[in-house]
Design a protein around this ligand. Structure first.
Ligand SMILES: [Zn+2]
Length: 419
């Protein structure tokens, strides 16, 4: 241990700058040699090193105090050796010896400063080595690698980390993305519109007659305080994504192919298969010579892309105000394979019929085009088809979920299944 070394009291410099009376070259050389010898002796004492045992922080503090005394003794401005030789050897020199004395003092200043710097650099290097050794030695004394890392790095890697669960797409959003993606691959663009809509876009421009039951507040959620406005300007929560068809046709001339995902609202009390808020994906294609054959081919392809190439589709006549003719499309049950039974049990999703109603569709009613004739949708020149499906219902079927409320309750345990 170097404790003994550090324990000794540093004495004032043994060297005292003598007054010079003789400025001969020989006398100057002797004075210079004595000074350098004293400097080397002091440096040796300062840097005395007994096997480099590891000193404590307190011991290093003491060592640096000794260093300061050494430094101030030699280069301190007030009374350091360099200041003294300037006073006693140079300023006191007779005129004819000034030059030689000046040269000597300059040389000595350089030597002393270099030696002081060298000593400081040596001490700093040793201190750095000691600190590294100390932390490594303490790391070695731990029994496990973890403890050693804690000591060296200050990080306890055995503590549990901050858990940041990876998010996942909600099953309904995931389903919507899948449906949209099928149509994007067919060249359709995505269109969106406002959820708070006017009566005009939600009903009137879609050919709903004034007293259609959907316009009743029994079925539609309306914004309060609209009674003073004309009917067509009254605000409501859109009951379907179809207003986006009109909004897009007002902005873009035919030909047009769009797919419209979005949330819609109806005044339905929540139960296992109804929710006042749900999701639709709707589509519209307008061009010259679009036929019902195009509609059937497009939707048959889309259903095979969504539910597998073995599903069959069929269409049954239906009615919607904004399409004529209209149809409901069914796909063969992708749960029971169309047989209506799962083993001995009846297949509930298809109610044992082997078919599942999946969407509504039809050829765009010419009356709808009349609202956007000015933008190139002349019903005598263009035709089109439209379709719409409930994304929530498809997600229920696809993932075998039996209650639509599960999608909106936000229970992480339920949603984690898609993580
Ligand atoms: Zn079935």
């Amino acid at each position: 241990m170097r404790v003994q070394f550090f324990g000794r009291v540093w004495k004032n410099l043994a060297y005292t700058v003598p007054k010079l009376t003789d400025y001969s070259a020989e006398a100057l050389g002797r004075a210079s040699a004595e000074l350098i010898a004293a400097l080397e002796l002091e440096t040796q004492k300062l840097l005395a090193d007994d096997k480099r045992a590891i000193p404590s922080d307190a011991e290093w503090k003491l060592r640096w105090e000794e260093w300061k005394k050494f430094r101030d003794g030699w280069i301190g401005r007030k009374s350091g050796v360099l200041t003294q030789i300037n006073e006693l050897w140079l300023k006191s020199a007779p005129k004819d010896a000034k030059r030689a004395a000046g040269q000597l003092v300059n040389d000595l200043r350089k030597t002393v400063q270099e030696e002081v710097s060298r000593a400081e650099a040596t001490l700093m290097r040793w201190e750095g080595d000691d600190q590294r050794e100390a932390s490594e030695a303490s790391a070695r004394s731990f029994t496990t690698i973890e403890e050693a890392l804690i000591a060296v790095e200050g990080v306890d890697i055995t503590l549990p980390g901050v858990q940041r669960p990876i998010g996942a797409e909600h099953p309904v959003i995931k389903t919507m993305h899948e449906i949209v993606s099928v149509f994007q691959k067919l060249g359709y663009s995505v269109a969106e519109g406002p959820v708070v809509e006017t009566d005009y876009y939600n009903f009137e421009a879609l050919n709903f007659p004034p007293n259609h039951p959907a316009r009743d507040t029994q079925d539609t959620l309306v914004i309060a305080g609209q009674q003073s406005k004309p009917q067509r300007e009254r605000l409501l929560l859109r009951t379907h994504t179809s207003p986006v068809q009109i909004r897009t046709m007002e902005k873009m001339r035919p030909p047009l192919r769009i797919v419209i995902p979005g949330t819609v609202h109806r005044n339905d009390p929540p139960d296992a298969s109804h929710s006042p808020m749900f999701h639709q994906v709707e589509g519209l294609a307008v061009d010259t010579n679009i036929t019902f054959g195009d509609l059937k081919g497009t939707l048959d392809h889309a259903m095979k892309a969504l539910f597998g190439s073995s599903v069959k589709t069929h269409f049954r006549p239906s009615f919607f105000p904004f399409t004529e003719p209209s149809a409901e499309m069914y796909v063969s049950c992708f749960i029971c394979g169309g047989g209506g039974k799962r083993g001995a049990e009846p297949c509930r999703p298809c109610k044992q019929t082997g078919w599942i109603e999946i969407l509504g569709c039809g050829m765009v009613d010419p009356n709808v085009f009349e609202f956007v004739t000015d933008n190139g949708y002349d019903p005598k020149k263009v035709s089109g088809f439209a379709f719409g499906m409930g994304a929530d219902r498809i997600a229920l079927l696809k993932y075998g979920v039996d209650d639509i409320q599960l999608f909106f309750q936000g229970d992480v345990r339920f949603l984690q299944q898609w993580g």
